[in-house]
Design a protein around this ligand. Sequence first.
Ligand code: NAD
Ligand SMILES: O=C(O)C(=O)C[C@@H](O)[C@H](O)[C@H](O)COP(=O)(O)O
Ligand code: ZN
Length: 348
Amino acid sequence: MITLLDENFSQLNQFLTEKTFSKIFILVDENTHEYCLPLLLGNLETDISFEILEIEAGEEMKNIQTANQLWEILTEMQADRKALIINLGGGVITDMGGFVASTYKRGIQFINIPTTLLSMCDASIGGKTGIDLMHYKNMVGTFSFPEQIYVYTRFLDTLPAKELKSGFAEMLKHGLIADKKHWEALIKLQHLDPTGIEPLIPQSMEIKQEVVNADFHEKNVRKTLNFGHTIGHAIESLCLQGENPILHGEAVALGMICESYLSYLEGLISKEDSDLIIENIQRYFSFIDLTDFKDEDIFNLLLNDKKNADAKINFSLISSIGSCVFDYQCSSENIQKSIDFYKKLSGF
Ligand SMILES: NC(=O)c1ccc[n+]([C@@H]2O[C@H](COP(=O)([O-])OP(=O)(O)OC[C@H]3O[C@@H](n4cnc5c(N)ncnc54)[C@H](O)[C@@H]3O)[C@@H](O)[C@H]2O)c1
Ligand SMILES: O=C(O)C(=O)C[C@@H](O)[C@H](O)[C@H](O)COP(=O)(O)O
Ligand SMILES: [Zn+2]
């Protein structure tokens, strides 16, 4: 289902020839419109008519208002159940487009063409679609697989460095939860650029795909993909409410620092491993200033995490580099200590 596209996009053209779609809707944001759509259209060979749907770029757009606008446009354009949505973009586009497709007329088909590192390695794979609600991350959504995922890594050539780094955080996560060798190969990279990262992308895609295949609906092992996200999502949500939103990968990097330290505090990993993980994440990611956030607000967000059950916060924690436990409950004292640890380390 994941295909690495050749330079003529022939696998995509073949797919469109074999199917009988009534119409194609290509969802882009302003940047993927400018940098990625020309390449797609230059290679697209199909008799099926298509429309371009463009939204503004950014996490702030991943909400019900945008979804509503897209449902309305599809309705006005009389999209029927044989219509196809092509999501051309990063995780915001694949999450949003997948959500709109999987709910419009109770579900039409969609394919993902990821254009960021983060969406290539993570967001386009696994069928989690959704939108944010009141700044709570991904609160409304569906589990719906795309028909196809087409990956073309040349899209990374125009991706801003900050966005490349954001995707790298999810790759580090894949190594930490499932594959020590992958982690070691990733941290060998001194500078992050598409050429250095590209050979490591297939392994990250494979880790994600394998976990999803084992537990599509996140009843058990899929929760490991959420390592770093319990605290990460809480901070990402708080930042989204303020003047300085941070990127998802930046939040995950912060979350992985706190949750690695928490893994140590809970006796799951040694201090040496915790230090090694944290030092390496720090090499790539600058610290985020948490001084404006109240601990109470962080804890309130943690209490709404999707992995929780029976009013208990369930963490996914590292049990060694390359393995992860889930549904792990920690003392409030240790959770607080892990946040204090980050604050102290960051020096703000
Ligand atoms: N569904 C999942 O499994 C999953 C997994 C991880 C993250 N996510 C979600 O993904 C989102 C983050 O995704 P993202 O980091 O891709 O963000 P994004 O979609 O906002 O893209 C990042 C930025 O890069 C621009 N861009 C995209 N491709 C480009 C290209 N080739 N050249 C130049 N600019 C380009 C975009 O316009 C945007 O400004 C978050 O909402 C996160 O919650 C979902
Ligand atoms: O695919 C998954 O499962 C993940 O947890 C991957 C995460 O990187 C991603 O950020 C996902 O959107 C988080 O999902 P959520 O259920 O915690 O909102
Ligand atoms: Zn993530």
